[in-house]
Design a protein around this ligand. Structure first.
Ligand SMILES: Nc1ncnc2c1ncn2[C@@H]1O[C@H](COP(=O)(O)OP(=O)(O)OP(=O)(O)O)[C@@H](O)[C@H]1O
Length: 718
């Protein structure tokens, strides 16, 4: 069934080398075709994990082998080996764009590279649409690059066949989908869709490449679905995305029009000025890989990270949840629709999302019917436990969503835990309804609910070393200048925060690892800036300062009174304002209170005696150096793997945080960040090869020992 005679269908002709990627149902290897020594990629598709009929798969692989376009990955040939379908393809030595962003560009690419990548992808779409195909899975994870800057769209044929069988990416009650990229008409049953759905996904992919993650990616899948249908289309923001050209913004806006009939065809889009001025990929794309280690080493690093994340699953649930919350807020661009994941995600939606969700029941009811809406209500927090699948019988047919089941029935008497939470919410005068309340929350969150979080907004309130900025900037009216009370309250807040999240309280640019999951390679990590993105307007209005993962809003600002940090010492007591962090270990600052009876207003209005101002300034200075010490100590306490992890998340500790208005410094910082990332990757790959060498040497040593033992007639050797 090979489309190219030069590659045989004999598995023994192929030597599989390193793993270079994996997706929902396949692992991809770099391989040698032994008869000619050609390097190829072999995608091993686990047939047990896809319920498609083998004939369908064969037929589709055949179609794939007929595809002939420089920007579409074709299959040279495919054949069955045990329970796997092997698809032999050209090897794309730099992997997918998503991969690349994850390794080295967490905040996305620069416009020239984006223009080139998108133009090549659009040529591929134009070709496929002309041939009567819809790709249906256009995303950065499916755009492959090689070291010449060649761009190819992948994951066409075989995935399409799975689509046809209605079983795309599904195994048992788990399937993986990418709702962030799906066009509104694809998500709405009955509306039908055509190749314009690819244009929508193409627009989303443009945003993904620009920001390092797809829009709405921080939300649970069902929420994404609703937001795609209900909200205004996402786009490049004229303020936030100042660095991008008008023509790029315009092009994205053209793709992301909800009415599919108003979207341009691929052919028309190619004529847009943005693409007319796009640079040849061998100029702009090739630059992206300069200084990076080989693909397989990058993949290995990401896998190490995944393994570490898997280990997290063994952590006590509250800590684990805290960490997945961290990842959740940074955003992921692919969703694992695993039931357990969904539950976890449902339990992690911020309170503010609850506001947004309040009309979701009605919307769901009108869009999908009573059953879906009820399940949504029952699931809490706008996440449905999908046990059905997005199915589709053939190209162009509308997608249907078979639903659903709620694990935590939000009905009185059926689940005591839910009732308890509800009761607590009533008692505290908090909102209560099936949509809004975190009925699947972990114990820690319930505790918060039950203890009453007053003005503390758990998901927006962050801990971390206190910085004086907040002190000097906030309005003084709400504050009581009583240091005792402050200490008391801050420790209460910290207790609450600990109850809510128990999150490691990194204050600097260190990032937490992402959750390990089968497709985490396809889940890019957003920069810490992503959390800022995730703050809604309401909270932004109150926002005074963002401290690490936590923000200080004017509502809780009185708690963060002007208590300077006077020293850093090893963590000593539970009563310290900042508690032990899960990952940070010992080096948590203990804030001591300096004598201070003056309000920040006094400090800033010039009425303050110089000596007092000096004391404050000295305190500030001490605090800054204490924070620097803390960062250095944190770095020293990090395990190499954690360090690599943090680095791969694109956040190197010594980098300064720059204000958004300071574009130049920011660019310089991210440039430096990228360089450092490259260095770290390089060091890491050297470490790996040294480890390999060491293992080989050890093996040799063992063999020599054995030989010596034999020669000396069984004497003992150590
Ligand atoms: N020809 C190739 N050359 C190099 N790397 C590749 C090649 N094909 C795929 N990869 C890598 O393997 C990863 C997984 O491949 P692919 O997307 O085909 O698997 P999948 O199971 O279909 O994934 P998905 O979850 O996106 O459906 C890709 O994201 C890419 O990084």
């Amino acid at each position: 069934m090979g489309g190219n005679r030069s590659y045989s269908a004999n598995p023994s002709d192929y030597k599989l080398l390193e793993e270079v990627g994996y997706g929902a149902s396949a692992t991809v290897y770099r391989a040698i075709f032994l008869p000619t020594n050609d390097i190829v990629a072999v995608k091993c598709l686990d047939l047990d994990r896809c319920n498609s009929n083998l004939d369908d798969i064969r037929r589709e692989a055949q179609t794939m082998s007929l595809i002939d376009h420089p920007n579409v990955i074709r299959a040279y040939c495919s054949f069955v080996v045990d329970h796997n379908l092997w698809v032999v393809m050209p090897f794309m030595s730099e992997g997918s764009c998503l991969h690349l962003m994850k390794s080295a560009y967490p905040d996305g690419f620069e416009e020239p590279a984006i223009g080139s990548v998108l133009k090549e992808t659009l040529k591929a779409l134009y070709y496929l649409h002309q041939q009567g195909h819809i790709h249906r899975d256009v995303k950065a994870g499916n755009i492959l690059l090689d070291n010449n800057g060649t761009v190819k769209l992948a994951d066409f044929g075989v995935s399409a066949c799975m689509f046809d069988a209605g079983d795309r990416q599904r195994s048992r009650n788990t399937f993986v989908g990418t709702p962030c990229w799906m066009a509104p008409e694809v998500l709405q049953p009955g509306s039908g869709y055509n190749s314009k759905a690819d244009i929508w996904s193409f627009g989303i992919t443009a945003l993904e490449l620009a920001h390092g993650h797809a829009p709405f990616s921080k939300y649970p899948p069902m929420k994404v679905l609703l937001m795609t249908i209900q909200n205004a289309p996402p786009g490049l923001d004229y303020d936030r995305d100042k660095k991008f050209s008008k023509s790029f913004k315009e092009m994205v806006a053209m793709c992301l029009v909800k009415d599919q009939t108003k979207r341009p065809t691929a052919e028309k889009l190619l004529k847009h000025s943005f693409f007319k001025h796009a640079k040849p990929p061998e100029l702009s794309v090739k630059k992206l890989f300069a200084g990076l280690p080989p693909l397989w080493n990058r993949v290995k690093s990401l896998q190490l990270k995944d393994a570490a994340q898997l280990a997290l699953k063994k952590m006590p649930s509250a800590e684990q949840e805290a960490i997945s919350q961290s990842e959740y807020q940074r955003g992921v661009s692919a969703w694992n629709f695993d039931i357990e994941d969904l539950k976890a995600q449902a339990s992690l939606v911020r309170d503010d999302d609850i506001h947004e969700c309040k009309d979701d029941y009605e919307s769901l009811k009108s869009s999908f019917g009573h059953k879906v809406a009820e399940a949504y209500r029952g699931s809490g927090l706008g996440t449905l436990n999908l046990i059905g699948e997005v199915s589709q019988s053939e190209f162009g047919e509308p997608m249907t969503i078979d639903l659903l089941q709620s694990d935590c029935l939000n009905e009185k008497g059926k689940n005591p835990e839910c009732d308890m939470v509800e009761a607590g919410l009533h008692e505290k005068g908090l909102r209560k309804n099936g949509l809004g309340i975190d009925i699947t929350a972990s114990t820690s969150e319930k505790e918060v609910v039950m203890t009453g979080a007053k003005s503390v907004k758990p998901r927006q309130t962050q801990s971390g070393p206190l910085t004086p900025g907040a002190i000097l900037n906030h309005s003084s009216s709400e504050r009581v200048h009583n240091s005792e009370r402050f200490e008391n309250e801050i420790s209460q807040v910290n207790e609450r925060v600990c109850l809510v999240r128990k999150a490691p309280s990194f204050s600097g640019p260190l990032m937490l690892p992402t959750r390990a999951s089968a497709n985490s390679l396809s889940a890019p990590i957003k920069s810490s800036g992503g959390f800022r993105d995730s703050l809604d307007d309401k909270s932004k209005a109150n926002l005074v300062q963002i401290k690490g993962r936590f923000s200080v809003t004017s509502e809780n600002l009185y708690l963060v009174k002007d208590i300077p940090l006077s020293s850093v010492s090893r963590r000593s007591s539970q009563t310290s304002p900042l508690r032990k962090s899960a990952s940070v270990g010992d080096w948590i600052p203990e804030y001591k209170q300096a004598p201070n009876n003056h309000s920040p207003k006094d400090l800033t209005n010039g009425n303050m005696p110089t000596s007092i101002v000096m004391t404050h300034l000295q305190n500030l200075l001490q605090q800054t150096s204490a924070q620097q010490d803390l960062i250095v100590n944190l770095l020293n306490t990090l395990q190499p793997a954690e360090f690599v992890d943090a680095a791969q998340n694109g956040k190197l500790p010594p980098l300064p945080r720059c204000s958004e208005s300071n574009g130049n410094v920011k660019t310089a910082a991210s440039e430096r960040e990228r360089l450092l990332l490259g260095k770290i990757s390089e060091l890491q790959s050297r470490m790996m090869s040294l480890t390999d060498e060491l293992t080989a040497e050890k093996l040799k040593y063992d063999q020599l020992q054995q030989q010596l033992r034999l020669m000396s007639g069984g004497e003992e050797w150590d």
